[in-house]
Write a protein that binds this ligand. Structure first.
Ligand code: FRU
Length: 495
């Protein structure tokens, strides 16, 4: 662990000096706000998670990455793998820009039957499907500068070869035409087909393919339905069972701007996907996370059957301020991995996001909270509490600089107040109280804290709020309201 820490710290320092020769940071400056257990790039810029795929015991995580700067730029796919969703091994950049453009967001699938012919029957390939963004074409006023390309790997994602027939899906003149999420769908006759869910400006377009190379359009969804305060991005199409055993599809659609807390957020629709067409059950606007900082999240493909779960991770930031947050040599972290499922409340189906159980492996010995207050031993911990039937609660964190972070539910509103939670002068909207309505009873809460984030899960994720923050010193004291019975604190550590 210590060895890892030093090597990553050292690498960060070298990379930061290389990319910006005038600025040299001390190790403590360069690492300030670096989370202990949330995924971050070793150095440079990161946004959306990409290409989430499981293969042979490894969770692959690719991500939008610009290694040469801490602001957005020519996009690459960074890469890391994990065996347990908690400790991540950084690997070399997987896919880099080429003459067709930057490598924007997309997905990856395991082509087990080698339908693409890019592997062999004995060694089927992983296939990445991503957007090419031709920055030159955009500058020169074209409208077809985003197309879809593919790349394949026959060595468990370690090296990637771009397909020589790229792009596999050209653009008919839609400026925002991106973020392909490919899944394998079983059709009515039992046969399987690849379905691509693609964001096309103010709607989703579905395409199908037998070989991941030739795509035909199936249908469109979403024009005039749902939230439209900004462009639609990073969709995902997910099969679920309802609590009563009915089959439903959930369509995730990220939107920027136009989220419930300003800037970026992810909405979802619940409905059916039959014969290549998505039909929503209703037109209610639902958000996967009511905090300001969970964007562009998507799910892992190819999880083994025995896992029987839908595993999600999001980018823990917001386009409103992601490029000016006060980290020095890297920017952005991802949320903790979460399991998605449908639940019903007051006759309405909603999506819940529960922390992945793997996170419990990080727990060190429990610390008791006595007389409703406790010292906090580290910057990374989890708090778990029952509300004993009282519905409202408050949890206040403070540090030696007098900074405060308040999390509460009162009169049907769940809030995270980060107005006094540390650095905030980098952007005018940052120091805000974020609230979300929760009309049903809050029974228990789970809060994950790390150096620069808080994630609140009420009732195991029936309501979630994710927020980043930049306290000048770690939180030192926690105080909880009387309504909180038997609270537990677990310091968290990657073992
Ligand atoms: C979402 C997004 C995607 C795009 C990528 C570019 O955050 O704008 O739509 O593919 O970022 O980095």
């Amino acid at each position: 662990m210590l060895k890892n820490f030093f090597s990553i710290g050292f690498l960060t320092l070298i990379l930061s000096c290389q990319s910006n020769p005038e600025v040299v940071f001390t190790p403590s400056e360069s690492e300030q706000f670096r989370p202990d257990y949330h995924f971050t790039p070793p150095a440079g810029w990161m946004n959306d998670p990409n290409g989430l795929v499981y293969l042979d015991g490894e969770y692959h995580l690719f991500y939008q990455h610009y290694p040469d700067s801490t602001v957005w730029g020519p996009m690459h796919w960074g890469h890391a793998v994990s065996k347990d969703l908690v400790s991540w091994e950084h690997l070399p950049i997987a896919i880099a820009p080429d003459s067709l453009g930057y490598i924007f967001s997309g997905s990856a699938v395991y082509d087990a039957e080698n339908t693409s012919g890019l592997g062999t029957a004995e060694n089927p390939p992983l296939v990445a499907i991503y957007t090419y963004h031709d920055a030159g074409g955009e500058k020169s006023g074209k409208s077809d500068f985003q197309t879809q390309g593919i790349a394949s790997s026959i060595d468990k994602g370690r090296t990637w070869v771009k397909y020589d027939g790229n792009p596999v899906l050209p653009n008919q003149g839609i400026r925002d035409f991106r973020d392909p999420k490919v899944s394998q769908i079983t059709q009515a006759d039992g046969s399987k087909t690849w379905v691509m869910t693609l964001a096309a400006q103010d709607r989703i377009q579905f395409f199908k393919s037998g070989d991941l190379k030739n795509w035909t359009m199936l249908s469109e969804f979403g024009q005039g339905i749902g939230a439209h305060g900004g462009v639609w991005e990073c969709p995902d199409l997910l099969p679920f069972k309802t609590p009563s055993g009915e089959e439903k599809f959930v369509l995730l659609v990220s939107i920027n701007p136009g989220g419930p807390q300003k800037g970026s957020a992810t909405q979802y629709f619940i409905g059916n996907f039959d014969n290549g067409t998505f039909t929503p059950d209703d037109t209610m606007i639902r958000w996967i996370d009511y905090g300001p900082d969970n964007y562009a999240g998507v799910t892992w493909s190819n999880l083994p059957k025995e896992q029987d779960r839908t595993l999600f991770i999001g980018w823990m930031s917001n386009w409103l301020y992601s490029q000016v947050v006060p980290t020095k040599t890297w920017r952005s972290a991802l949320t903790v991995p979460r399991e998605l499922s449908l639940f019903e409340v007051n006759g309405t189906l909603l999506l819940k996001s529960a922390p992945a159980p793997e996170l419990e492996k990080m727990r060190a010995d429990e610390i008791e909270i006595k007389d409703r207050t406790s010292n906090l031993p580290s910057q990374a911990f989890e708090i778990l509490a029952d509300l004993g039937g009282s519905d409202s609660f408050s949890v206040l964190f403070s540090n030696e600089d007098g900074e405060k972070l308040l999390i509460m539910k009162d009169q049907g509103l769940v809030s995270i107040d980060r107005t006094l939670a540390g650095k905030s002068d980098f952007q005018e909207d940052f120091a805000t109280v974020h609230s979300a309505p929760m009309s049903w009873e809050a029974k228990e809460i789970r809060i994950f804290l790390d150096a620069s984030s808080v994630e609140l899960f009420v009732n195991d994720g029936e309501l979630v709020m994710t927020s980043i923050l930049f306290p000048n010193r770690p939180w030192k004291i926690v105080e909880v309201s009387e309504s909180i019975s038997d609270p537990k604190i677990y310091p968290l550590k990657i073992k």
